[in-house]
Design a protein around this ligand. Structure first.
Ligand code: NDP
Ligand code: HSE
Length: 441
């Protein structure tokens, strides 16, 4: 049978990885797909740089060019693989490929989180597949698990470490006391970071991925603009250390939960009990916990970024599309797990409506009655204290660190309490607030 012809848009960290994996495992992949899968054309800006990104044996026979539109218009290409990133040219090329009746495989979470509704609607109209396993959690087959393996379940919540760069940074800071900037530079060198790394450390990349997971889990449209996001740049070594003393690790988590009045969709640094497996997922590794009503909790873990782990997911999609080419479009697995005419309009809840536990760190003058005032403020707002720790003041210092862990409370009440506490004359500076998730049920 004629090999499936792939057009690769982009030949950087991921694109070159895809070509290498397709070449190295060609025989095994062909046996699985039922047909050979070959890269016919590659589109980039810098052709010489792209040719040098893979061994001669891999690039031999591939036509490299810089006319991206000509590539997506090539009638001999069966599947367009979009691996350039960004949301402008990528959107244009993906929509054009779909209009040309081509199937699309993409690793571009930013594109799907912000333009996914339009892209999937176009694909549905044209009867083509748009697959995106690599867009969330690198090499972990979490899209397949949510879209197919867990279909019996009403998904209750998902919590995940879904940005490899920030997990790598947090790990190096905690284990080696490394400086933030140095570790970020290392992550960039290793090919983990986005073209603009503020997407990684600011939580945007994790929020893009969480938006996709929430759509698959709850059958809602992509709503990245309603996600709450907070990154890791303002985390301090002292909060990391205090969390450790209290039996917690701080991870940048993406959390989405079904609540009676809507869906929580939030990314922020989170204290997680150190005994949980996810708290011990370190470096570039990602992990996603899914709570389903039938199966209970399942955990998926693996490398979340980098050339070949991501290529593993892209190639899995290429095989899937190859296998399904002859299937009637009506009987394919829906792009976003739910039938497109059966989406739910559950609202995304604003962060003030979120309910979780909290870590509060405040600096107080070491005087009688301070603790009583703080606990009164919390009690008046029905915020119950789970644990409290007061540090010894440094020699000659009159100000002490007080750390409070709360039971589950509403974010709005906690913010009001913080305002009142910050207004106390015995409190110095601002209160640090971090969210805490037990992830037990
Ligand atoms: P790279 O920067 O390494 O590669 C990007 C490639 O796209 C390069 O070959 C570049 O060509 C080409 N390109 C970019 N802009 C243009 C343009 N305007 N015209 C033509 N070619 C262009 O990125 P990655 O491989 O790391 O990422 C690609 C996609 O995969 C992104 O969407 C990213 O979010 C996603 N992803 C990345 C992961 C990773 O670990 N790196 C993991 C999961 C997803 P040139 O060099 O000539 O400019
Ligand atoms: N920049 C991303 C990360 C790449 O660090 O997780 C994988 O999506």
């Amino acid at each position: 049978m004629k090999p499936i012809q792939i057009g690769l848009l982009g030949f950087g960290t991921v694109g070159s990885g895809v070509a290498k994996v397709l070449a190295r495992n060609a025989e095994e992949i062909g046996r699985r797909a039922g047909r050979a899968i070959e890269v016919k054309r590659v589109g980039v800006r810098n052709i010489a740089k792209a040719r040098a990104a893979a061994p001669a044996a891999v690039v031999e026979g591939i036509a490299f060019g810089d006319n991206m539109h000509a590539l997506v218009d090539d009638p001999d290409i069966d599947i367009i693989c979009e691996l350039i990133g960004g949301t402008t040219l990528a959107l244009d090329l993906v929509l054009r490929a779909i209009e040309n009746g081509k199937h699309v495989v993409t690793a571009n979470k930013a594109l799907l989180a912000t333009h996914g509704n339009e892209i999937f609607a176009a694909a549905q109209r044209r009867g083509v597949m748009v697959t995106f396993e690599a867009a969330v959690a690198g090499g972990i087959p979490i899209i397949k698990a949510l879209r197919e393996g867990l279909t019996a379940n009403r998904i209750e919540w998902i919590a995940g470490i879904i940005n490899g760069t920030s997990n790598f940074i947090l790990t190096e800071m905690r284990e080696k006391g490394a400086a933030f900037g140095d570790v970020l530079a290392q992550a960039q060198k290793l090919g983990y970071a986005e073209a603009d790394p503020t997407f990684d450390i600011g939580g945007h990349d994790a929020a893009h991925k969480l938006t996709i997971l929430a759509a698959l889990a709850f059958g809602i449209p992509m709503q990245f603009d309603k996600a709450y996001l907070e990154g890791i740049a303002t985390l301090t070594q002292e909060d990391i250390a205090y969390a450790e003393q209290l039996g917690y690790r701080i991870k940048l988590l993406g959390i989405t939960k079904r609540k009676p009045n809507g869906i929580e969709l939030r990314v922020h640094p989170t204290l997680v009990p150190a005994k949980r497996i996810i708290a011990n997922v370190e470096g570039v590794m990602n992990a996603v916990v899914v709570q389903g009503d039938v199966v209970g909790q399942t955990l998926y873990s693996g490398r979340g970024a980098g050339s070949e782990p991501t290529a593993s997911a892209v190639v899995a999609d290429l095989v899937d599309v190859t296998r399904l080419l002859t299937a009637d479009p009506e009987h394919r697995v829906p792009h976003l797990a739910f039938q497109p005419d059966r989406l739910s309009d559950l609202p995304i809840l604003p962060i003030e409506e979120v309910e979780t536990s909290y870590y509060l760190r405040l600096r107080a003058h070491d005087r009688p009655g301070v603790m009583a005032d703080i606990t009164r403020i919390l009690a008046d707002l029905s915020i119950s204290i789970d644990a409290m720790m007061q540090k010894e003041p440094d020699e000659g210092e009159q100000i002490v660190d007080i750390i409070i862990l709360t039971h589950v409370a509403k974010e709005r009440s906690v913010d009001t309490a913080i305002q009142l506490i910050e207004g106390m004359p015995t409190i110095a500076g601002n209160v640090t607030k971090l969210r805490l998730e037990n992830l037990d049920k």
